[in-house]
Design a protein around this ligand. Structure first.
Ligand code: MN
Length: 278
């Protein structure tokens, strides 16, 4: 089994090394990760400049590759040309902070795994819910264990097509972890404020500030089970279609206003999207 390990915190991040060490117990590991931190960069495809790769030694045993691309670029680079040996699993992380609810759209950790899904590879993103006020390096032992459990299970059962796993691990010692739970995305509550300041020339600039996000700890959600001490495993997909909204939208009168200045309009009662049987 050949496992590609990547992350969004950069190739020197301790969570990447912890993940690579755990994955090397399961299979052959290749590491290709960004050369700097891309946290909260979302899903990126770099088209306007070349991507370069250099070798980086992470430990006595582990050598990695670093690129100047985003986490998603690293996955595309690895599976679409750089690695000669076929990849069987892509694992991204271990991110030092949780990726819950809507975080998945911001997360470089999760979008690296999404990129793997686009290219047809089973993928897992792993994040640790370190406390925000953590002093010193995070303890990745429980998250490494969870990553190992999930990777072995994915290898054993296989993932459904177009589905990736978003794994979040509570910041607890291993003997206090209650187990694993399959969850749905919960509701993150963001508290951002755009802080306006003045530059030395008196011109305004803005900086995202405000308190760190919280969340609603509903039963069965990623946020809920973490609060109960379980590892959260959320199956996610890239199809963001709101299927429940299609019937309502099909009932709209789309032709109240002329749609085309020359008077061309949609065929009367034309359905914008075919009814979808869910
Ligand atoms: Mn990160």
């Amino acid at each position: 089994m050949h496992i590609l390990v990547t992350n969004d915190d950069g190739v020197t991040a301790p969570g990447l090394l912890a993940l690579a060490e755990e994955m090397s117990k399961i299979g052959n590991v290749s590491i290709l990760a960004p050369d700097h931190n891309w946290s909260a960069s979302g899903h990126v495809k770099t088209l306007d400049r070349p991507l370069r790769i250099k070798e980086v030694r992470l430990s006595e045993q582990i050598t990695a590759w670093a690129s100047d691309g985003a986490p998603s670029d690293c996955v595309a680079l690895a599976v679409n040309g750089f690695l000669k040996e076929k990849v069987n699993l892509v694992v991204s992380g271990i991110n030092p902070f949780a990726n819950l609810g809507h975080d998945v759209t911001y997360s470089g950790t999760v979008t690296a795994a999404m990129e793997a899904t686009i290219w047809g590879y089973p993928a897992v993103a792993v994040s640790l819910e370190s406390p925000e006020n953590l002093v010193g390096p995070a303890d990745y032992r429980s998250a490494s264990w969870a990553a190992g459990v999930v990777a072995r299970s994915v290898n054993h059962y296989g993932l459904p097509p177009n589905v990736l796993l978003n794994v979040n691990v509570p910041y607890l010692p291993l003997n206090e972890i209650q187990g694993l739970r399959v969850t749905r995305q919960g509701l993150r509550v963001y508290h951002d404020k755009m802080d306006m300041r003045l530059d030395p020339r008196g011109r305004p600039y803005y900086w995202t500030a405000g308190d760190v996000p919280t969340g609603l700890p509903e039963r069965g959600t990623d946020i809920g089970v973490l609060a109960e001490g379980f590892v959260s495993v959320t199956p996610i997909q890239l199809d963001l279609t709101a299927y429940h909204a299609i019937p309502d939208l099909n009932a709209w009168d789309w032709e109240q206003e002329p749609i085309h200045p020359q008077g061309l309009t949609l065929q009367k009662n034309h359905k914008l999207v075919e009814d979808h049987k869910v």
